[in-house]
Design a protein around this ligand. Structure first.
Ligand SMILES: NC(=O)c1ccc[n+]([C@@H]2O[C@H](COP(=O)([O-])OP(=O)(O)OC[C@H]3O[C@@H](n4cnc5c(N)ncnc54)[C@H](O)[C@@H]3O)[C@@H](O)[C@H]2O)c1
Length: 425
């Protein structure tokens, strides 16, 4: 990388939940271009619309970030930052096809002195053992001599306007001390939260994947507590509230673990552990437990109903107040209830109805107006709109003697409507 830092051209590859906020933040300090293979996404961004809801329209339109779906248009970058998805396949094994494709594309553009930084979540070793060789093969250049690798894990949390990319501590690693200095300076311009210089690339990769595995395991523990509490006929929320008064009790809440981070990243770590001959028992049992919660919840709701009936499920997205429907575990509740003979209708004002139809094959209700007489209503996602529902609203939706099922403790503090049963996880 040559010249003064603020003139270093940067390209961000993959403008999703991670790439767009990063690219917008970088564009405040560097000439930045964002590239995405999804032409529709690029069209929307050019019109100022971020369908993920992370960046407001005025910020997108006022940003100096330019966006493109033309791979050749990013050829002049000196630093390439890759933020493409790293999902798992049907067998929960790492699916590295997209990151390999990104390497093939970037590799063709590399020139001497370039740095390629990966922000996608991977297991330790992917950057140096898979991406480096893929970039070298596509470019004909020598990794670590002609071009260099970096890794900087991303910590953003969709829907969270507090821990944004310009405020959090950024872990940074480089293939050489010079590359680390350069990347620490680059990211240091972007965030006020400080830079942590990881010892090496594998350390930075491992740090990210264990952050999310730790969270998954902690949630699995409180989910197991919730299962035990159901059998004891006491509320897990009440138990956790009492235990939470201890100074060192960790505050996790039970529920469904979906999305493409917490529910996916532990599989990356587990895969690599197995490659190394270690059986990752805690990590995989946490995954098993969390993945089973949707059906457990469906069974609890079914047991608390007087027979098969009409159920209105509130919320389908993988977490509160974000539109992302991918890998939502609410779908397991829908499937579990349907399998037990119930007729399920789903409402979600935050999600895109067309996407729900495409991914899951059913339409979404976008309004609760006129919805009444259901045998059960299920609070599945903690959207703000559901927290605002009153006892009268719920009584209007659920018939006399029907069930109000509260997976997320949405209505714990509410004075319950008369003549309705209440179940909570
Ligand atoms: N979403 C999160 O909260 C979060 C947080 C931390 C880390 N991560 C990690 O960051 C990475 C990206 O996640 P995301 O949530 O931003 O994904 P996303 O699906 O929201 O966005 C990824 C974008 O990359 C594009 N893309 C795919 N292949 C491409 C290619 N070859 N060239 C250019 N663009 C391409 C897609 O069209 C999409 O717009 C993943 O590894 C994820 O695990 C995500």
């Amino acid at each position: 990388m040559t010249g003064s830092k603020s003139t270093t051209p940067i390209a961000v590859i993959g403008l999703g939940y991670v790439g767009l906020p990063l690219a917008v933040a970088l564009a405040r300090h560097f000439p930045t271009i964002g590239y995405d293979v999804d032409a529709a996404r690029i069209d929307e961004l050019r019109q100022g619309h971020d369908r993920t809801g992370e960046i407001d329209a005025d910020v997108v339109t006022e940003s100096t970030l330019s966006v493109t779906d033309d791979g050749a248009a990013i050829a002049n970058a000196e630093v390439y930052i890759v933020t493409v998805p790293t999902p798992v396949d049907a067998d929960n094994q790492p699916d590295l096809r997209l990151i390999r494709a990104a390497c093939a594309g970037v590799g063709k553009l590399l020139t001497a002195g370039n740095i390629v930084v990966f922000e996608s979540t991977v297991y330790p070793g992917v950057t140096e053992d898979i991406c480096g060789p893929a970039l070298a093969a596509a470019s004909g250049l020598v990794c670590g001599q002609d071009f260099f690798l970096g890794y900087s894990p991303e910590r953003i949390n969709p829907g969270d306007r507090e821990h944004t990319v310009d405020k959090i501590t950024k872990v940074v690693a480089g293939q050489t001390a010079e590359v680390l200095d350069c990347l620490a300076a680059l990211y240091g311009r972007v965030t006020a939260g400080g830079i942590h210089r990881a010892k090496d690339i594998k350390t930075a990769e491992a740090a990210k994947v264990i952050e999310n595995a730790q969270r998954d395991i902690n949630i699995a523990f409180v989910n197991e507590v919730a299962v035990i509490c159901q059998k004891l006929d006491i509320s897990a929320h009440d138990v956790l509230e009492a235990a939470g008064t201890k100074w060192n009790f960790l505050p996790f809440t039970p529920g469904l673990v979906g999305g493409h981070c917490i529910g996916v990243d532990p599989f990356y770590l587990a895969f690599q552990a197995q490659q190394l001959g270690h059986d990752p028992q805690i990590i995989l049992s946490g995954r098993r437990l969390n993945d089973a919660m949707g059906d457990f919840v469906a069974a609890c709701i079914d047991e608390n109903m007087s027979g098969p009936g009409r159920v209105l499920l509130l919320g389908l997205t993988f977490k509160e107040n974000v539109p992302d429907l991918r890998n939502t575990k609410v779908i397991d509740v829908v499937t579990g209830l349907t399998a037990r003979g119930h007729q399920v209708v789903v409402h979600d004002p935050v999600a895109d109805g067309a996407e729900a139809e495409r991914l899951y094959g059913f339409p979404l209700l976008s309004s609760l107006d006129g919805q009444e007489g259901f045998d059960a209503v299920v609070g599945a996602v903690r959207h703000d709109g559901y927290l605002a529902l009153t006892a009268a609203d719920l009584a209007g939706i659920v018939r006399e003697d029907g069930l109000i099922a509260d997976i997320k403790g949405l209505w714990r503090e509410m004075e319950r409507p008369a003549g309705r049963h209440y179940w909570q996880l």
